[in-house]
Design a protein around this ligand. Structure first.
Ligand SMILES: C[S@@+](CC[C@H](N)C(=O)[O-])C[C@H]1O[C@@H](n2cnc3c(N)ncnc32)[C@H](O)[C@@H]1O
Length: 514
């Protein structure tokens, strides 16, 4: 592709993403739009694909500032063409002459700039993206209404935390301990030319030194590794799934954390993967097969399983609630989420998370653990959610995560782990996606959540009491209602910074890439 043709493709792809929902309508996530775009244009080679998707993802990270410049210069257009031209001036540092040589109307290249466009773009010449007149939320590329939530989460340091989301994320792998040790997997990857480093926090994790496609390689195909952010690995590890235990993964989705927990159980005991969307659970089947995990049962939360679910009250050693959320912790992977999240999404999610938590809590046996997690950093979905749950459910208490970590993980917890009873991971401080996790233990227990190994698999009597009535009635995920659920598994090599390979991307208003 010529440089001009790449610019034309960048405009075209960005235009599709914008028209699929960036303008505020609920739509398809950007990585799925990108995958579909490239799938229907097989003639675009790998290098061009990567260049175009890199550019689009970089633009999505700076969309707020770029739009600000269009307003300031009274650009006649707010669409993809205007944004891309502004990006070439303000981020790439092109001058008007260079811009005109790309927008020259040639074959496969963007049409010539008209007079009004020229006038606006001329005013950007020689400037860079930041400007002293930009308010904080513009400078940090978030919507105005979200900014106070970040401020609440991080206090005075919120700007640095949000700025860190602009850095493209690494590719993280979790070694499947059913099939390999960390060293064996590392060597297998090295034989494919994929160099990795062990992780600071997640004991089974490997981080790629360079962003490369993993999924077609032998190590991945043989089930030695899965793609999973370090934060996500840590949440699953803190469940402390042990061989012989009964584990409920209440919001299992396509099974990212189900797989991680099953891998720790040596195929002994049982993980029940549940979700209101059977299609999501179905997507885990192939991954489970590849991983060699045979102790996972899939149970959609639907009318057919209603009675079964009632009988499971108090039956589980551990219940993980990986709740649907705003996904604010994953915006470095899914930068379109910054612009698609609406205040009403948060308003809908908070009561929904509470209902899920209440329903799932009924499954925990006395002395068993309930782990609530989100890939959000907003207190409304996290600390406040737990405080409200404890108000409603005095049969549970919090187990400080730092103590739990020291008890069950071989790695040293982050230095700031003791500052809160919860796990609070951030891209800035920990190099992971933003994650929150709270570990709770059901009282009447003689042992705490970190040490229930003696009771593993003992399976409390099933009763009709405390049946999780709220479960089936819980409103479906808004994104799934919008039909995103039917989206295909994201294809690698596309929009690499969006981690389209990652099969356990977050879910919420912003749907998963798998
Ligand atoms: C964050 S995602 C789960 C990701 C998954 N645990 C993983 O690690 O790959 C949240 C999941 O909650 C599910 N969900 C939404 N509403 C639910 C409900 N009322 N009960 C159970 N699951 C629900 C969604 O379908 C979605 O798959």
């Amino acid at each position: 592709m010529t440089p001009g043709a790449r610019v034309a493709a960048t405009i075209e792809l960005l235009d599709e993403i914008v028209s699929h929902g960036l303008s505020g309508e609920r739509g398809r996530p950007a990585d799925l739009v990108a995958n579909a775009y490239f799938r229907s244009r097989r003639f675009i080679g790998g290098g061009d694909r990567r260049a175009v998707s890199d550019r689009v993802w970089s633009i999505l990270r700076r969309y707020g500032q770029l739009s600000w410049w269009l307003d300031r210069t009274r650009h006649p257009d707010r669409g993809a063409r205007a944004i891309v031209a502004a990006d070439l001036m303000l981020v790439e540092g092109l001058d008007m002459g260079q811009l005109e040589s790309l927008f020259d109307g040639g074959t496969y290249r963007p049409s010539r700039l008209d007079e009004a466009e020229y006038r606006a773009l001329r005013q950007m010449e020689g400037h860079s993206l930041p400007h002293p007149d930009q308010p904080d939320w513009v400078r940090l590329n978030v919507q105005e209404w979200v900014a106070p939530h970040f401020r609440e989460a991080y206090g005075d340091g919120w700007g640095r935390e949000v700025a860190a989301i602009e850095t493209p994320p690494p590719v993280d792998l979790r070694v499947n301990r059913l099939k390999a040790t960390v060293e064996q997997a590392r060597e297998a990857l090295a034989r494919e030319g994929i160099e990795t480093d062990t992780m600071r926090y997640a004991p089974d994790g490997l981080r790629l030194r360079r962003r490369l496609s993993v999924v077609k390689g032998k190590a991945f195909q043989d089930g030695l590794v899965e793609i999973q952010d370090e934060g996500s690995q840590l949440v699953a590890a803190l469940v402390d799934a042990q061989p012989g235990m009964q584990i409920a993964d209440y919001c299992a989705g396509a099974g990212g954390k189900t797989l991680a927990m099953a891998a720790r159980m040596n195929n002994k005991g049982r993980v029940v993967a549940m979700d209101v969307y059977e299609s999501r659970l179905d997507r885990s089947a192939q991954r489970l097969r590849r991983a060699g995990a045979h102790n996972v049962e899939r149970r959609p939360i639907d009318a057919d399983n209603r009675k079964w679910l009632k009988r499971q009250a108090g039956a589980f050693d551990r219940v993980l609630v990986d709740a649907p959320c705003t996904g604010t912790g994953t915006w470095r992977r899914n930068p379109d989420g910054r612009w698609t999240l609406r205040p009403e999404d948060l308003a809908e999610l908070v009561p929904k998370q509470a209902a899920i938590l209440d329903a799932a809590a009924k499954l925990v046996k006395p002395g068993g653990g309930l782990i609530y997690a989100t890939c959000s950093v907003l207190p409304a979905e996290n600390e406040k959610q737990i405080a409200a749950f404890l108000e409603r459910n005095d049969g549970f208490e919090v187990v400080p995560v730092e103590a739990l970590w020291r008890d069950i993980l071989p790695t040293e917890p982050p230095a700031d782990a003791g500052s809160t009873p919860y796990l609070r991971l951030s891209p800035l401080k920990h190099g992971t996606d933003g994650f929150f996790a709270a570990a709770l233990v059901r009282k009447e227990a003689t042992r705490a959540v970190a040490a229930p190994r003696a009771t593993a698999g003992a399976g409390a009597e099933a009763t009709e009491e405390g049946a999780p009535d709220a479960v089936a009635e819980t409103a479906p995920d808004p994104a799934a209602e919008a039909g995103v659920d039917a989206a295909p598994v994201a294809v690698p090599d596309v929009a690499p910074q969006a981690a389209p390979e990652a099969p356990d991307a977050p879910e919420g208003p912003r749907e998963p890439s798998a």
